[in-house]
Every structure is written in structure tokens, then in C-alpha cells.
Write a protein that binds this ligand. Structure first.
Ligand SMILES: [Zn+2]
Length: 277
């Protein structure tokens, strides 16, 4: 599932392809995504120019000149493929939404499992709606810090790994980057979230930032479906320390221990029991 780095890469790919340009034509080939594409989607966006594009957590926000914002979530398997002006294109299976720009470029949303979402919200109100209203801080934003993370974790009874997946605590983190950040910070995934404070919170916040930044620099992680907007793979999966490395030598210390896998809240957690205390 695309997490913050993958969504950020898609956003950066879309930025030059749509900013300041006009949606000339929208084709909805299938509207039954996790949230159905609104019936008026085509009539609202056709003829509209794009003012700016941004990201919040795992969501991409496309602000239209007319005062609406298009909200895009890639779900489990969603991909955005950008076709340069003049490029040949024949719709492929699972190409559900096709957006033609006024410069001849084409944005295609492909989603085999259809857990993605594409809908609209008023530009002056989107932050007051679900899921943004209660969403935690952006981990790469200025507000995110050790004390900020500590504050969000205070009183939480769950383990720290599961807490990091809660978008209300911090936005955009999923299973891969939760495991990698805990490994980098040396914090055991089974520790109680509410007990992570002071230096530990400082260290974990720093590790979250650095893992996400490294992943963005590598174009994200391509496991199954994720691709960059030109169709190329991300390559951060080759840099995983522990994620999906059960039984492999721990790369982070001289512990001579194998990476262990446990299941927490139904999700696999990978960690080193020696380095992570
Ligand atoms: Zn180790």
C-alpha cells in the first residue's frame, strides 16, 4: 500500500503535468471505487484549471481555480500514470479514470483492487472534513518533533508499532516505514506507546523523518503495484533494514541476530530484538 513517500512521489510527478493547466476532458470508465467517483465529477472538473497540488498524509489534493479540491487516495493498488503530450495511449485493464489536459498530456488512474478514492470537497472546508479533521501532524512538516510526538502518544495503551499506523497520531505512515523507523531509533515495537517520551520520542521522531526522506529520495518502495508516474519502479525496497527480512541477519548492529517477525494488531512487524529495546 502506498505510504507517505510513494504518495509524495506521485504528487511531485503530477505537479508539472497539471499545475496551471486545464482539465479538457474527463472519462470515468468505472466509478465504483472505495468511495464512488461523484456523479458530477466530470461536469465539475472539465474546463477547470489547476491552481496547485499538495499532499496531506496519504492523500493528494488538487486545488481547482473554481474553488473545489479534488481528493485522491491510491488505496491498496492505485497508480497514476502520466502520458506526455503526443504519447500513444490505449486504455489498459483497470484504467478507471482518464483525464486529458489542455496541453495534450493525459493522467490515468489505474487501480486493480479499486480501494482508491477520487472525490471532491470545497477548497475552504476540506480540512474540516473526515479524514483530515483529526489527522495527526505531517512528519516532514515543521510542527513535527519529539515533544509533538510525545504529546500525541500520551495515554495510549497500544504498542508503539500499532500507534504509528494510527493516522491521528502521525500522518502518512504505514507498515513499512513504521518498522523501519522503529529499527533506526532502536525502540522495541512492543513497548507501550504512552511510555515513549523524552529522548526516546525525540529519537523516534528523528528516525521517522530520516526514513521517510531516504525513501522519497529513492523514489519510494515498489513491492507489488506501486510505480512512479512515468511507470518506473521506486527502489527503496532494496534499502529496507528489517521490513520483510525475517530470518535475515540484522544489518544494524553486531548482534549476530536474525530479524524477527511478530504480528501486532493483525499486521507483521519486523525488528531486531537485540538492537531494539
Ligand atoms: Zn541487531
Amino acid at each position: 500500500m502506498p505510504e507517505l513517500p510513494e504518495v509524495e512521489i506521485v504528487k511531485r510527478g503530477l505537479e508539472p503535468a497539471i499545475t496551471g493547466k486545464v482539465f479538457k476532458r474527463a472519462q470515468i470508465r468505472r466509478s465504483d471505487l472505495r468511495v464512488p467517483v461523484p456523479r458530477n465529477f466530470k461536469s465539475v472538473i472539465e474546463g477547470q484549471s489547476v491552481r496547485k497540488i499538495s499532499r496531506r498524509g496519504k492523500y493528494i489534493l488538487i486545488f481547482l481555480e473554481g474553488g473545489q479540491v479534488v481528493v485522491l487516495h491510491l488505496g491498496m493498488s492505485g497508480r497514476i500514470h502520466i502520458h506526455e503530450p503526443g504519447a500513444a495511449y490505449k486504455p489498459e485493464k483497470h484504467d478507471h479514470v482518464i483525464l486529458d489536459m489542455d496541453d495534450g498530456g493525459r493522467i490515468v488512474f489505474n487501480d486493480p483492487r479499486r480501494f482508491g478514492m477520487l472525490y471532491m470537497a470545497p477548497a475552504n472546508d476540506w480540512e474540516k472534513q473526515d479524514p483530515f479533521l483529526k489527522m495527526g501532524p505531517e512528519p516532514l512538516g515543521n510542527e513535527f518533533s519529539g515533544p509533538c510526538l510525545e504529546e500525541k502518544l500520551r495515554g495510549r495503551k497500544s504498542n508503539i508499532k500499532s500507534a504509528l499506523l494510527d493516522q491521528k497520531i502521525v500522518a502518512g505512515i504505514g507498515n513499512i516505514y513504521a518498522c523501519e523507523a522503529l529499527f533506526e531509533s532502536g525502540i522495541n515495537p512492543e513497548r507501550a506507546a504512552g511510555r515513549i517520551a523524552g529522548k526516546d520520542a525525540e529519537c523516534l521522531a528523528g528516525s521517522i523523518r530520516s526514513v521517510l526522506q531516504k525513501a522519497i529520495a529513492a523514489g519510494g518502495s515498489s513491492l507489488k503495484d506501486y510505480r512512479q508516474t512515468d511507470g518506473s519502479l521506486g527502489y527503496f525496497q532494496h534499502a529496507f533494514s528489517v521490513y520483510d527480512k525475517e530470518g535475515k541477519k540484522c544489518p544494524g548492529c553486531t548482534c549476530d541476530t536474525d530479524v524477527r517477525r511478530i504480528v501486532q494488531a493483525g499486521r507483521s512487524t519486523f525488528f531486531c530484538p537485540v538492537k531494539q529495546r
